[in-house]
Design a protein around this ligand. Sequence first.
Ligand code: LLP
Length: 424
Amino acid sequence: MSKLPLHLLPDTATELADGSVAIGGVPLLELASRYGTPVFVYDEQHLRNRCREAVDSFGANRVVYATKAFLCRAMARLVHEEGLMLDVATSGELFVALSAGVPADRCVLHGNNKSLEELRYAITAGVHHINVDSFDELDRLEALSAEGLATPKVALRITPGVEAHTHEFIATGQDDSKFGFNLGNGDALRAVSRAQRSAAVELIGLHCHIGSNVFAASSFARAAEVMAGFAAPFDLPELTLGGGLGVAYVAGEEAPPIAEWARVLLDACRSLGVRSAVNVEPGRSIVAGAAVTLYTVGTVKDIPGVRTYVAVDGGMSDNPRPIMYGSGYEAFLPRALQAERNRRVRLVGKHCESGDVLINDAQVPEDLHVGDVLATPVTGAYGYSMSSNYNMVTRPPVVFVRNGESRLVVRRQVLEDLVTLDLD
Ligand code: LLP
């Protein structure tokens, strides 16, 4: 039984005189009544602080924000303003970045199965470089070169055979992976020599990403060691060592700050004699802690001797992570930040399936009641970006708060949005 650990809140969170919470100087309860619930509230200063920490730690032009973690036009502009580049994993992510006014040469294209159209779009737009993931992709780049398209700069994504200690679905560095050229079986070496010989691409570097939500800085140092050893003979200008830094989601968890990650990685690279520029691609560690989701409690069902279900007005459509990865979250009442959370309940959504659980065993204050606004912190990464319209539930809006002001950067979907694609 405990109070909410305050380090899970965004940087500018403050407790007001009445015990309620403000973020960016705006009371959360005011945001809930102004924008409705569910709503994603992002602390803009927190986003900028993490971007600055990353750029200060790794150097200008060395940080590529992984847009899959959270992307909308306001976010694309913010990271661009802060001097980060943007990792786009599909033509959709590239389109959003470009439509926000981010120059194409600040974008890097990723993806394990890029289509000919995606590659053509990225090359024509003029992306900074493409991270090539497979021999089939090299075939496609050669076909595009034969069409007369410009020669793209490329890096090769290498699968270093490093096991990251994270959820199986988000580990990517091990040999058994759909991503990249395996180092262990010689594919990586074959890919480098093919790319070096090919007139269709200009090879500028190597890339690896061992997984996501990794807490052990030593896993990154190990990947750096393997990659540095492999890369040394080629003397390429760039080496990208992925994203993947974990964040604390629940009480008792602690993740290394970005500056610490940088220290471990860059120290490892220095002692390994790496001469290439070292790039990183953080997603989660930039955005996760910046947001809270606000919901309204609609139903409290007590089953004596079994448990209490507390249902809110969102669920797996705005946060599928508990279902997909068994991820844990905390909950608090914005009206009473420091309240003891002595009641254990199962926090569920409004979707038509029993698996629609947001927090399996949530601690909430005793006096939680229907109509309360309830918040889950650390929902800034892979929440909005993985949201869906399951059960034709409309997607929540996204609000940025800063210096006492809020602005709606993505509006709430309305019912008419649910039929905009229907032709009949
Ligand atoms: N670079 C590459 C090539 C990636 O595949 C990823 C994430 C990143 C960078 C950013 O990783 P981050 O710093 O965010 O860990 N949906 C999952 C996470 C999937 C991550 C996929 N790739 C989740 O909700 O945990």
